[in-house]
Ligand binder design. Structure first.
Ligand SMILES: [Fe+2]
Length: 300
């Protein structure tokens, strides 16, 4: 998920098709900008639960220390957190069997993401490295749009590690490990999707403010809410669909206008951050999404 504000970065540009990013090519995580995560919004289900807030802040603190050391600390999730995971993961698994892209379903298995326990970023990183060279880096909260997207140009996805509040397991107003691991991470095992994500990141680094807004829309209608054609049927691959029972069922209802993907239309299409989506876009294939995005970014 993204926040609204934007700033410019001054990092040097590099080749758009440099798919092999070495550790020494990565910029310092120390310089990341992020919102103050101590202030939970009042509509967060955990806002008035002191114990939850303390736990969330502790896990967020592990991400902070990652920025100093570069070493990811595995989280020892407690039994309540594991129960939240099992509940949500099982419910989603059932719906996903019907609606999710077959690539995604296979990728989830490949990464060892199960309904039994919360996966660690370190174990998923090991597998991603073998498959597409993508990396996950812990983050304690929302990062501004340009900063967040720019990391994708290094094939790095910033991921939260804490989990939503147990009182409302089907809902979270902020990214959490369910949204990241069930929604986003499996798709990074797809070479075309990984390259496409990198292009978005590359674009974010060189975009004007107007182009950055367009990129935010492209990200929204693909990475978060994308659908893909598969053997004559429509399937979901976007993280916002795959990690939410409500959105996933709604996406396939007759209340949604599912349109053929048109990049020019998508980058100009407004969306609501808080309501169910009314319009979604169906890509013909991940390869096609990658190629169209490459041409678009090269026009910057
Ligand atoms: Fe997201």
């Amino acid at each position: 998920m993204l926040t609204e504000t934007a700033t410019t970065t001054t990092e040097p540009a590099f080749e758009i098709s440099n798919y092999k990013i070495k550790d020494e090519d990565l910029p310092g995580f120390k310089d990341l900008k992020f919102e103050n995560i101590n202030e939970l919004h009042l509509d967060h289900p955990g806002a008035n639960d002191a114990e939850y807030r303390k736990r969330r802040d502790y896990i967020a603190g592990l991400a902070k220390s990652f920025r100093e050391t570069g070493v990811i600390t595995d989280v020892e999730y407690n039994s309540r957190e594991q129960r939240v995971w099992r509940y949500v993961a099982e419910e989603l698994e059932e719906l996903q069997q019907k609606y999710a892209s077959p690539f995604y379903l296979k990728a989830k298995k490949d990464l060892g993401i199960t309904t039994d326990r919360i996966p660690q970023l370190t174990e998923m990183n090991r597998r991603l490295k073998e498959l597409t060279g993508f990396r996950l880096a812990p983050i304690e909260g929302l990062v501004e749009t340009r900063g967040f997207l720019s990391w994708l140009s290094y094939r790095v996805m910033l991921c939260t590690q804490y989990i939503r509040h147990h009182s409302q397991p089907a809902y979270t107003p902020e990214p959490d490990i369910v949204h990241e691991a069930i929604g986003h991470i499996p798709m990074f095992t797809n070479p075309n999707f990984a390259d496409f994500s990198q292009f978005i990141g590359h674009g974010a680094r060189i975009a004007s403010d107007k182009q950055l807004e367009e990129l935010g829309r492209l990200y929204w209608f693909t990475v978060e809410f994308g659908m893909v054609e598969h053997e004559g049927a429509i399937k979901a691959y976007g993280a916002g669909l795959l990690s939410s029972f409500g959105e996933l069922e709604h996406a396939f209802s007759d209340q949604v206008d599912r349109r053929k993907f048109d990049l020019e239309e998508v980058i100009n299409q407004d969306y609501s951050y808080s309501d169910m989506q009314k319009i979604l876009y169906v890509i013909p294939s991940y390869a096609e999404l990658k190629e169209q995005t490459r041409k678009y970014i090269e026009s910057f």
